[in-house]
Design a protein around this ligand. Structure first.
Ligand code: BDR
Ligand code: CA
Length: 317
């Protein structure tokens, strides 16, 4: 199997942080060229700082971090401190994260994405997106020809069949920038969507949290401390045993695709104001006969998913 060369666009965020760690723990399958940052869970400055803190946690001095757009293309920024805390990566009373050792790069994320696509053969780079799609939408608008050199986009976002988590209809990442999402979904690029349909199956139960804590001396206690904080909001709201670990589904699929079932269908984004704003409308039965533009993850094996994370975290010791 050839290695996946990726750029990871994210807005850390507790689950984004786990996606970064799973990426760095899987060098045989994933070559992460760089991390680009979007505003989303909290402001761009804080999401950037959080990505740098995660790199410090694993003493990573080499993965470049590029700041992207500070706000969505058209709408006002909506953030999620109610889920991720004031810093965007609160740890509650547990092990604190180290301060950043590095600074972000000078080059803007959108230029970095386009320049990296130019420097590599067409259809080589996978863009993984675990935040609002603003940077990707801006790159597509700035230089569509170069953007189309991308191999595929693998994203966490949307809810084909599940209710929403920021409104009854919409999932957070798509809700924050539905216009960027619409342009990406209509781009004709191969897209894999890991939405709430499948991420709501990946619950951080107390026993899985324990397994994560014990997985690695270097990162286990810190990751389990910040995931305990992450669990607190969702357990209250949903009444579940823990929070869904959304964002690492994208990376897990690249490493071990058999964890997920995928079905290709038409997915459209609602951008009109109203109660369905930001909804991903997925046509399971092909009743519209529209172009099947999105590979939607419809089911996932949660034990395999958490086993993969726990095994890979051992890589850090
Ligand atoms: C998504 O929203 C964010 O809060 C999470 O990081 C994840 O990307 C889930 O709806
Ligand atoms: Ca995210």
């Amino acid at each position: 199997m050839s290695k996946n060369k990726i750029i990871l666009d994210c807005d850390p965020g507790h689950d984004d942080a786990v996606a970064i760690l799973l990426t760095l723990a899987s060098p045989n399958e994933i070559d992460c060229l760089g991390i680009t940052i979007s505003a989303g869970n909290v402001s761009l400055d804080l999401t950037t700082k959080n990505a740098l803190k995660i790199l410090s946690l694993v003493n990573n001095q080499i993965t470049p971090v590029h700041k992207g757009c500070p706000r969505p293309l058209i709408s006002k920024l909506v953030t999620a401190e109610h889920v991720h805390g004031e810093s965007g990566l609160d740890t509650g009373s547990g092990n604190a994260l180290p301060e950043p050792q590095n600074l972000p790069e000078e080059e803007h994320a959108v230029n970095y994405i386009l320049n990296t696509l130019k420097e590599h053969p067409k259809n080589e780079i996978t863009l993984v997106a675990t935040g609002p799609l603003t940077n990707l939408g801006a790159a597509l608008a700035l230089d569509p020809e170069t953007f189309n050199r991308v191999k595929r986009i693998v994203l966490m976002g949307g809810a084909g069949f599940e209710p929403g988590n920021i409104t009854p209809a919409a999932e957070f990442n798509i809700f924050v920038d539905p216009h960027a999402a619409q342009s990406i979904f209509e781009s004709g690029i191969e897209i894999y969507m890991f939405g709430l349909d499948v991420t709501h199956q990946m619950i951080i139960t107390p026993s899985r949290l324990k397994m994560i804590e014990k997985s690695s001396k270097l990162i286990g206690p810190t990751v389990s401390a910040f995931l305990s904080f992450f669990n607190s909001y969702d357990t209250k709201i949903y009444g579940w045993e823990g929070a869904p670990l959304h964002d690492p589904c994208t990376i897990a699929w690249l490493i071990q695709p058999d964890i997920f079932e995928i079905k290709k269908m038409s997915v459209e984004i609602e951008t009109n104001n109203g109660p369905a704003y930001g909804r991903t409308i997925a046509d399971w039965f092909n009743v519209t006969n529209k172009n099947k533009n999105i590979n939607v993850a419809t089911n996932g094996h949660s034990d395999k998913f958490f086993d993969l994370i726990v095994k890979r975290f051992q890589h850090f010791d």
